[in-house]
Design a protein around this ligand. Structure first.
Ligand code: ZN
Length: 665
């Protein structure tokens, strides 16, 4: 099969050209592309110019280390993803027919979806994409360039029964056998994996490693074996390239502590030993002085139905010093918030530990954080490291800013917000209260509260993540309306919180349903959490008419009559959720989730979908990255690093495939 040997000039010419834009340009073009259920944005990196040359070079090499891991995530997401990507991209670049051909247009859409999903499954629902072009057309386009396993690839692309879901969470099924991801080898079953780890785990170990975090589990001669992701192990070519770039980055470290962090990460990539990963995580969480920071590794485990293996990701960032005053104020007052929280004092933490919070500017998104990305992150994930060494919590403000800017004028508020005064309130205060909500959720919410002695942290089982997000959101919602925020200078108006309250209830009761297909339930943990909160306060507030759903000209609107009563309801639910968590009351948690968080009112759902369809707002958003370039003088010395924003969506993915393909395609 022919490879992507075409030059970048041809790649660029094959794509619609995009405007060249600069970060300081008022006409910065946030929206880059729109297809299927996706809108692609670009984000600015304000303040990059003001970094020192050394910091800029550090960022540069860390971004190279980030991009070097791209293929790992693709292969983790499914074992056919890399050959399929290669097949699709080559076919796209070689295509010479009419771009108006409906088959071609459907093919281009499919390619864009696959690039967005880092594979053939949707990044959020994890359902397999359905190609809308014909198999015959595709076979004809590939022609003589077909790879040896072409028939197998065709079956994976076109047969909906083959690998239908990347992460299957349906209770009662073998979650490993029925999930299409590549974290487990052929024929490995859920009971086998559970037994394997149960045998390894020592219940008395107070500092357990993150079992299974960096390996693929396969069956050899009837026994389970871990193929470890490391230099010399699985994904070695990609990891070697990550390491080479980290080594360069280390030479530009801002201080010895940061250099040590990078070197320990390199050590871990070489040994694959999860004890080294813990050592790295501790050094990383304790590095609070460096301006530049990064995540690089097998971190989050949402891609594994058993929540063990980490998906590879990287985010490189630097601290937004000015905006971080906000999160520093919050974390400096963490104990005050904990002491005044509306939960039973037995469930409060006597001493809140190590909440470090900052606002950051992302410089690059990669792996599982690209193109779709979180807006807030709290790491490390290991519980014992969090309680003995603390955690770092970040809000990525250049990303939230891009979302905010891109949403202006999309018609959403006019369609769904009840009246002009409420729309004005949202215009004025939603950006700041939304950011504060993220700060409070990440840096206080998740860290608050304690389990009663002897309670198993996993007692809430399958509902654990939903209820944990519910707890963090309620903590944030409750305090958003507290006079303390005005007193601390975080808000300049005691009414500002109403903007976030209104949007939260509107989203939880109605507008988030746009992500759900008719007839389906709410599945994802964050969506369930928002629905649980909104439905519960709506129902509990009914006797006092706290929240109303009113009908105006045949359309449903959320009307909030008593914001202070709503705050008290958030506090009441927080107390109950904290009790459930602290006591490990599985049944009460399951009852709440099942009653409020899962089932959708079909009539309201259809109305939301109809109203949305007229707005053409995409349910999901993601990003293209900026491009960093080293500037050298005549002697080859680096004199600057520039950042530009002119790549289009497919252009970026095709360039990444050309320049950062590290694993066999
Ligand atoms: Zn959270």
């Amino acid at each position: 099969m022919k490879h992507n040997t075409l030059s970048y000039a041809i790649i660029a010419a094959a794509l619609t050209s995009s405007l060249t834009v600069q970060a300081n340009d008022d006409n910065f073009n946030y929206v880059v592309d729109r297809f299927a259920d996706i809108e692609v944005l670009r984000y600015k990196v304000p303040g990059f110019e003001d970094l020192s040359l050394q910091q800029k070079q550090l960022v540069y090499h860390l971004t190279e280390a980030a991009l070097a891991g791209r293929d790992i995530l693709w292969d983790q997401n499914g074992r056919y993803n890399l050959p399929i990507r290669d097949l699709l991209e080559t076919t796209f670049l070689n295509y010479t027919g009419s771009k108006k051909d409906p088959n071609y247009q459907a093919f281009e859409k499919y390619l864009k979806q696959v690039e967005f999903g880092n594979g053939i499954h949707h990044h959020y629902s994890t359902d397999k994409f359905v190609p809308e072009f014909s198999k015959e057309w595709f076979v004809a386009q590939v022609g003589d360039d077909a790879p040896a396993n072409f028939d197998e690839l065709l079956e994976v692309i076109f047969n909906p029964a083959v690998m239908p879901k990347r992460v299957n969470q349906a209770a009662g099924e073998d979650l490993i056998l029925t999930s299409a991801n590549n974290l487990y080898g052929e024929g490995v079953t859920q009971p086998e994996v559970e037994a394997y780890f149960a045998a390894l785990k020592d219940p008395a170990d107070t500092t357990p490693i993150s079992y299974g975090r960096n390996s693929r589990i396969v069956k050899k001669d009837g026994k389970l074996v871990e193929e470890v992701y490391k230099v010399g192990g699985l994904y070695s070519p990609a990891i070697e390239r990550i390491v080479a770039n980290l080594e360069k980055a280390a030479t530009f470290a801002e201080n010895d502590r940061q250099r040590q962090v990078i070197n320990t990460l390199i050590k871990y990539y070489r040994t694959g030993d999860l004890k080294d990963f813990d050592e790295y995580s501790i050094q990383w969480v304790e590095d609070l002085d460096s301006r530049v920071d990064f995540i690089n590794g097998f971190i989050e485990s949402y891609g594994d139905p058993l929540g063990m293996t980490g998906s590879w990701e990287s985010i490189v960032n630097f601290k937004n010093n000015e905006a971080s005053h906000r999160t520093e104020l919050i974390s400096d007052n963490a104990q005050w918030f904990e002491d005044h929280s509306p939960v039973d004092p037995r469930f409060r933490r006597e001493k809140v530990k190590g909440v470090s919070a900052k606002v950051i500017t992302a410089a690059i998104l990669a792996g599982d954080s690209y193109p779709a990305t979180p807006i807030g992150i709290n790491l490390p994930n290991a519980n014992w490291i969090r309680s003995s060494h603390g955690s770092k919590s970040v809000t990525i403000e250049n990303i939230t800013q891009a979302y905010d800017e891109a949403s202006h004028g999309n018609g959403f508020n006019e369609e769904f917000v009840i009246d002009q005064p409420t729309r004005d309130l949202l215009d004025k205060y939603l950006f700041i209260t939304d950011n504060l909500h993220t700060d409070l959720h990440e840096c206080l919410g998740h860290g608050s509260g304690q389990l009663l002695p002897g309670v198993d942290p996993d007692a809430l089982r399958a509902h654990g993540s939903t209820l944990e997000e519910t707890r963090a959101d309620l903590f944030a919602l409750y305090y958003l309306a507290d006079p303390k925020l005005v007193e601390l200078g975080l808000l300049d108006n005691p009414e500002a919180y109403k903007a976030e309250y209104y949007k939260y209830i509107l989203n939880g009761l109605m507008t988030q349903l746009m992500r759900i297909e008719p007839g389906k339930d709410v599945e994802e943990a964050h969506m369930r959490n928002r629905k649980l909160i909104a439905e519960w306060v709506y129902e509990q507030g009914k006797p006092d008419n706290v929240i109303e759903l009113v009908n105006i000209d045949g359309k449903t609107f959320v009307k909030i009559n008593d914001y202070q009563a709503l705050r008290q309801l958030f506090g009441k639910l927080l107390a109950e959720i904290q009790r459930i968590k602290s006591e490990g009351d599985y049944q009460a948690g399951a009852d709440l989730v099942e009653k409020y968080a899962v089932k959708v009112d079909p009539k309201l759902h259809q109305e939301v979908l109809d109203r949305y369809s007229k707005l053409s707002i995409a349910p999901y958003k993601g990003f293209v990255n900026p491009v960093y370039t080293l500037v050298t003088d005549n002697d080859g010395n680096v004199t600057d690093v520039t950042v530009t924003y002119d790549e289009s969506y497919l252009q970026q993915h095709l360039r990444y495939s050309r320049d950062y393909s590290t694993l066999p395609q």
